[in-house]
Structures are given as C-alpha cells and as structure tokens.
Design a protein around this ligand. Sequence first.
Ligand SMILES: [Zn+2]
Length: 95
Amino acid sequence: MLRIECPVCGQRDYTEFRYGGDASKPRPAHGMADRKAWHDYVFLFDNPKGWRRELWQHVLGCREWLILERDTATNTPGKSILARDSADAQMEASS
Ligand SMILES: [Zn+2]
C-alpha cells in the first residue's frame, strides 16, 4: 500500500489523500478567461513513467495540499512538502 508522508501529520495511507494532478504543470493565471488554456490545464495531461511531482490533498487529515515526488512505475513515494511553501526551491534544496 502506498504510504504518503504528510509534512503536518506524518506518514499516512494514501486513502486519506486525494490526487490533484501534475504539480509541474503551470496553472493559468487567476482570473484568466481563456477557456482553451483552462481546458488544457484541467483535462490534458501526460502519463509518463518514472519520477513525477504530483499534487495531493490530505482530505482526511489536515486538508493541506502537498507536492509529492512519486515513481509512477513502482508507486514508490519520495519527498513531500506543503504546496504553499513554493515547491521548486525546497525540493531542489533538500535533494
Ligand atoms: Zn496532513
């Protein structure tokens, strides 16, 4: 079973979390009305094999959004940080 490390609550079963998509995909600007940009952001995605950065929400815990590194080939979880703590700088700094 996949166990995810929540930075607030500690290690928990994945059933406490909700998958939120690819964390490396740029989100359209808030208030942007370009329907195609939002369509592409919400519905179009790649499904590559290997290590990915994903958004997960701890819905049955602290309700925080996390950025989790996960190997999609083996379902192995890696590092996780709070999404509100600027993902790029912290993931690279802790590597
Ligand atoms: Zn939590």
